[in-house]
Design a protein around this ligand. Sequence first.
Ligand code: XMP
Length: 561
Amino acid sequence: MSEEKLKQPVSESHRVTTSGDIEVGTYLEIAKEIAGQQSVSAKEAVPETEREAIIVIDFGSQYSMLIARRVRECHVYCELVAHDTPWEKIAPLNPKGFILSGGPASVYEPGAPLAPAYIYEKHLPVLGICYGMQVITHQLGGRVTRGNKQEYGHAVLHLGAADSPLFADLSQSSPVWMSHGDSIDELPPGFTALAYTENTPVAVMGSKNGIFGFQFHPEVAHTPEGKTILRNFVYKVCGCKGNWTMGSFVNDSLAKIRGQVCGGKVISALSGGVDSSVVAILIHRAIGDQLTCIFVNNGLLRREEVERTFNVFRLNMGMNIVYVDASERFLSRLKGVIDPEQKRKAIGEEFIRVFEEEANKIGQVDFLAQGTLYPDVIESISSVSKASAKIKTHHNVGGLPARMTLKLLEPLRFLFKDEVRQVGLALGLPEEMVWRQPFPGPGLAIRIIGEVNKEKLEILRSADFIVMNEIKKAKLYRQLWQSFAILTDVKSVGVMGDYRTYGYLVAIRAVTSEDAMTADWARLPYDLLARISNRIVNEVPGVNRVVYDITSKPPSTIEWE
Ligand code: XMP
């Protein structure tokens, strides 16, 4: 698609689809909305003197990241750090308290990770969770033993000292989630037991100088009053004020980006996904035309995606966008490629080439902006993170050109995905764009089983467009992690009118998920499935059969390739 063609206004027929759906194709309205919005007020910036943070010391629990999210939900900034992080790295955050996470180790094992000395020397409140509680006990002179009654799963917590600030607004007895083999056998000097469960006499312990331990996990959803307990710790024990909002984040970020970039030039890959869009809009708000976004059309995008992205960011937000139509290049590179990993590799390599070529044309560039998020950062810094087997080599357009010798600008590296969405909203991106379902970097290529070609791409685009419209019309789009069509390489016999047909089999996939690590197939209403199927076989030439994928992840994955 040429750039000139892109600049044409959207036709009426694009705006209102055959199904009467008006959500897809209304990007000009969306863009106007963005241009008119200025939702972050300058007064939300947090002065240096009022900065506050809770630091989570990570001992490798699968729930560590969740603790940080829960604290941030209380509007208090929270960072997760490896257990051996020196004080000098933490001090600038102005910590108001520490949380020691759970972890798989046992404090008596040789080499078991322990808390650094500053945790006890800085006279700041400390909360140990599960293994974190055992670390405190061990280091402060108590005793931890392998309990003869281990506790995994639900338990009922009974408060012993209801006057503790930690227990404000808590029920006398409430369900909690336990997951421990070791227990506190002897409290450290100066500590008292504050709550118990049937199998754990010391389920909560505390000292007068603000050090507490929980044997249960307040951060998980299975502990319904866990949020209240963490909120109590953060506000009533640590004395936080709660000034971490997305508005304050945006204002801080604008200042930081300006300070970091000065008069330099920044490039960024724009894919139209949430992360790359929020990065672009944030940096553009900070430094305007010093940012150039490169938008590569790899020919593997969904219907209307190219126009939507280009129009919103270039025409309506006035951003500097280099649009590259590289679809022919990608298609010829994919000729004869059937293996999913080979497809990813080919697309990844081609993307780097195109991106580098375009970047070179821009001239002197100093920074590469990327939409790196906090979970990626945590994964790469955690000294106790577990190695996991590689199932697929994910190709993410934002993360590729690492070999370019540019300084990295990663303004979202301390945000979780839901926070990125909130930042998008705070910057005036409408919900439509902020709540887009994830779309893989290799695009439709990994949703076409077998070789990719123009004809198959067109079939898949049409089928996918119908799925998206119907899901949106049924108001299910946001509830689903992803919903899309797959073009299989199966052909089957059908009958249309009095004629025999021999057409493609299209599969529909719709899943619910928290984080894409696991997923369940969505129980879509039968009549919705029937509508989707009917429309696909009637409106998409070459398709005569539709099936619905009813497998979860694991054992399947979300994408078919
Ligand atoms: P799977 O298929 O592994 O997908 O269950 C999990 C999530 O990742 C997305 N996905 C990708 N994203 N590049 C990406 O940027 C890729 O190569 C890729 N493969 C899968 C998928 O859409 C789902 O959200």
